[in-house]
Write a protein that binds this ligand. Sequence first.
Ligand SMILES: Cc1cc2nc3c(=O)[nH]c(=O)nc-3n(C[C@H](O)[C@H](O)[C@H](O)COP(=O)(O)OP(=O)(O)OC[C@H]3O[C@@H](n4cnc5c(N)ncnc54)[C@H](O)[C@@H]3O)c2cc1C
Length: 372
Amino acid sequence: MTLRVGIVGGSMGGLFAASLLRAAGHDVHVFERSVRGLEGRGAGLVGQRELYAILRLLGCEQAARVGVLAHERITFARNGSIAQRDVTPQTQISWDHLYRTVRHLLPPASYRVDARVVRVENSASGAAIILDDGEAHRFDLVIGADGVGSVVRSAVSHGPTASTYAGYVAWRGLLPETQLPVEAATVLSERFAFYHPRGSQMLGYLVPGASGETAPGQRRYNWVWYRQAAEGLALDRWLTGSDGRLREYSVARGDVPDELRDELLRAADELLPTPFALAVHAEPTPSIQAIFDYESTRMIRDRVALLGDAAFVVRPHTAMGVAKAAGDVMALVATLARLPLEKALFVYEAERLAEGHRLAVYGRELGRPLTA
Ligand SMILES: Cc1cc2nc3c(=O)[nH]c(=O)nc-3n(C[C@H](O)[C@H](O)[C@H](O)COP(=O)(O)OP(=O)(O)OC[C@H]3O[C@@H](n4cnc5c(N)ncnc54)[C@H](O)[C@@H]3O)c2cc1C
């Protein structure tokens, strides 16, 4: 049976769902709130089994080959010397190239940008997506792939729908590798570098350029500095954008006020080994992402299903965000192929709830030193 499916959120979870459901013959419609789509906004991701599997099903495995290899992992001591070295090569796949590749599998008319969904109305016979201008669209099935601040959750959950702050944020930098000072580039390039002071973590690695470039000189350096910020005043201060207004989950590049960036630079000088401090200085427009947790108790209700971060927000240390979304999508599409809709949704939920919970627990375990 061909279903008319509405998907809220057009990041990797929504895109995987749309392209795999379309390949199975369904009529899909993605609603993405960002005005121009997400191109050029990602960095790198670690390839996991589920990612390769879904790309194989979609016939675009080659997208996972666009990446940058880090030959080894190094851990700095405070004085900038290398305290530990492990030969564990790891590739950072281009998020942007992946996004572009999967988005191109869809006809433009089925991926609508600048479409902010404000709520979903759910019933046993169908569900409707309501946009912020009041427009309503009715579907046989609505999928919530709308991430950490999901509005679709409330059409499914009987319990809390808000994500919970984990106690720390990720300051992020993403800059052309050519902007790294030579002194930093010599140590950091082509390595996965870490520094683990108490209650914090800094890491960095090369990722492809914004269009998937992997040639030396065209890649970008990505650093992430996890730092504690108490809920309330400290967090609010960091989440206030340059217009003085509080953001809910993150402050985008170019929106961090100058005085906060100045503070960041001073903290980097004081707290980080020199190569990392130089990398922080080299980023003119850092961004901030507060780290949240969310665990669904239900992933389905009537004609609505949740997947990806809308269902379970897991800590970034797991490197499983994209893979988990891919796993959800493959389970959902496979059950829809062999069972009637209502039954398929129950089986989907039974298969994926436990996995979401397992990853959420694992992520909190990995993040424990950051709240010590
Ligand atoms: C711009 C961007 C860049 C990323 N870069 C990386 C990366 O480099 N490496 C990595 O490992 N992971 C990255 N991620 C996260 C990774 O893609 C996710 O872990 C993965 O996509 C699974 O999450 P998701 O698709 O379920 O939710 P998300 O990726 O969080 O996407 C949710 C989507 O829903 C949209 N949305 C939210 N609310 C509404 C609404 N009310 N109406 C309409 N649309 C809505 C958002 O704009 C967003 O596109 C990135 C995510 C985004 C959004």
